[in-house]
Ligand binder design. Structure first.
Ligand SMILES: *[C@@H]1O[C@H](CO)[C@@H](O)[C@H](O)[C@H]1NC(C)=O
Ligand SMILES: *[C@@H]1O[C@H](CO)[C@@H](O)[C@H](O)[C@H]1NC(C)=O
Length: 520
């Protein structure tokens, strides 16, 4: 029998309205080296004004401090591998704070994935409407999550939703990444289901398989159209677990469940800190030394039919969304989509700064910055009459100082590969089951340039500050989950830097791809 496109589409149309009995998914990857742009911009939380902290942004080139609605759709280029995805995805940038003298360096991106999960459901899963703005995670917290080290995406749970984690595969978990019995007040908390994951930054370097430190962030997937595209505080709800299905509340649209993984090139800094089981050197761009305030933002810029086709016809999984059988508009062949930031300047790899952009020296959490313990509250707003007009942190008014780093090689940036292979498998209730593969990784020269950061200007008031989310209950009341995972490394554009110059970057990348493929 012969299948025509028409019959295939008719079949799909029928399926689309029927119940979906299993999860399908596809991982979106990105082209090129690093991000689309970086800087203190956040058109979801602080439209039109400087954000309270520096972000790293992927996606469509029409990104800017004021972007909204359909504006992303005619972006000239995108970093996404799917040409018709002009969405933007962003997270707080990660910095290394030198324990010797307190200076900071941006941690370069290794690579980033966005899992698009199409869950088993009785709903129809539909594409994101262009301009949909979302925020997940809490940029203001410095307190350990009530759910401990585990994720919680279940809105019916007694615990609050916990959509973020850190994952750090290691060749050995002795000593453990998180102190045994930690309550989160002076160090993070291990995920009871996975020694390599937890709440907060781990205390040891990530030397497991192809695995620098990974930031894991889940987005809710039920869009409340009545609340609207721009109302990021109320427009998204978490689906309810009903048996093995995830169903959205009445009156909301079931959109894809996004899960972002950001792999930061932390091994670059392995030689510059000595683990002692008590401290670790990484800090988020908002000054958070705990990692609890990890978060991500999204603005939809998908050509709707392209994403709907992928939802309805693709289960490419870890092989990547670029392997979907039907991709209207095709793949993106632009490997160098970059734009200038609306605020500030992009920090270079290797550039040493004495103050974080915007927040200055205000590093807080786990006893730092005059605050201590798990009940940490970020610095008091400096001017706070209204809950929406508070500055999160003191602002440095002097230009950030910059120093040239020496040569890359003198700083241990020489090539290097090899991380231990360690396969782990994890599955969790209602969750997918994904496995990590083995092998790893390689090298690349870091170019070190000097440039001076622009002076921080006064951040405009924004809602991304302490006490400004009084009504966010809808979202934070939720919880449970899903999956712990680890993943196939795509071919990285930039190698992990380690000492042990045995493999070449290309070799490692091929090896990685091959070993993963073999496992599927
Ligand atoms: C801080 O230490 C790093 C190396 O650990 C060095 O490159 C940098 O110059 C130092 N900066 C200051 C201000 O001492
Ligand atoms: C959707 O948003 C509207 C307006 O904010 C609100 O009244 C309604 O309760 C919300 N629906 C759900 C299911 O939360």
């Amino acid at each position: 029998m012969r299948f025509t496109t028409a019959t295939a589409l008719a079949t799909l149309a029928t399926l689309a309205s029927a119940a979906k009995n299993g999860r399908t998914f596809a991982v979106l990857r990105f082209n090129g080296d690093g991000f689309l742009t970086e800087g203190p911009m956040d058109p979801v939380v602080s439209p039109g004004i400087q954000s309270s902290h520096y972000h790293s942004i992927m996606g469509g080139s029409n990104f800017g401090a004021t972007v909204e609605g359909n504006q992303l759709l005619d972006s000239k280029c995108t970093t996404a591998k799917i040409k018709n995805d002009k969405s933007n995805y962003w997270i707080p940038s990660l910095f290394f704070q030198d324990p010797k003298n307190g200076t900071f360096q941006k941690v370069p991106l290794f690579y980033m994935n966005v899992y698009y999960f199409f869950e088993a459901t009785d709903d129809e899963i539909v594409a994101f409407p262009p301009g949909l703005k979302m925020l997940t995670g809490d940029a203001n917290t410095r307190a350990a999550p009530k759910s401990g080290g585990a994720l919680n995406l279940d809105p019916d749970s007694d615990l609050p939703i916990q959509p973020v984690q850190w994952t750090c595969p290691r060749s050995s978990y002795n000593p453990p990444s998180y102190p045994v019995g930690s309550d989160g007040s002076t160090a993070g908390i291990v995920d009871p289901n996975n020694k390599g994951s937890g709440a907060g930054f781990p205390l040891y370097p990530c030397d497991g398989y192809a695995s620098p430190l990974r930031q894991d962030i889940h987005f809710p997937s039920c869009y409340n159209e009545t609340a609207g595209l721009d109302n990021h505080k109320e427009n998204m709800l978490w689906p309810h677990n009903e048996g093995f299905k995830q169903n959205c509340p009445a009156g909301t649209k079931h959109v894809p469940h996004m899960f972002i993984e950001v792999y930061w090139n932390t091994p670059l800094f392995d030689d510059f800190w000595t683990p002692d089981g008590k401290n670790q050197p990484f800090v988020l761009s908002n000054g958070d030394a705990t990692g609890y305030s990890s978060h991500a933002d999204f603005i939809a810029g998908w050509e709707t039919n392209t994403l709907q086709t992928i939802i309805d016809t693709c289960d490419a999984g870890d092989a990547g969304m670029d392997q979907c059988p039907q991709i209207p508009g095709g793949l993106n062949d632009n490997n160098n989509c970059k734009i200038k930031p609306d605020f500030g300047t992009i920090l270079n790899a290797g550039q040493i700064i004495t103050d974080l952009p915007v927040v200055g020296k205000a590093v807080t959490g786990w006893g730092k910055g005059g605050v201590s313990g798990g009940s940490v509250v970020p610095p008091a707003p400096s001017k706070s009459s209204s809950s929406k007009a508070a500055d999160a942190t003191p602002v440095s008014s002097s230009p950030a100082e910059t120093e040239a780093a020496g040569s890359a090689t003198s700083k241990g940036y020489e090539a290097s590969p090899t991380v231990k292979a360690e396969a782990t498998t994890t599955s969790a209730p209602g969750g997918a089951f994904i496995e990590s593969s083995s092998t790893s990784v390689a090298a690349v020269e870091t170019s070190v340039e000097t440039s001076v950061e622009t002076p921080a200007t006064t951040p405009a008031p924004d809602a991304d500050t302490p006490g400004s989310y009084p009504e966010i209950k809808t979202i934070w009341d939720i919880v449970t989950i899903t999956l712990t995972t680890t993943v196939p490394a795509p071919e990285p554009t930039q190698g992990l830097h380690r000492r042990a110059p045995k493999h070449s970057h290309g070799h490692a990348a091929r090896h990685l791809g091959g070993s993963f493929a073999a496992r599927r």
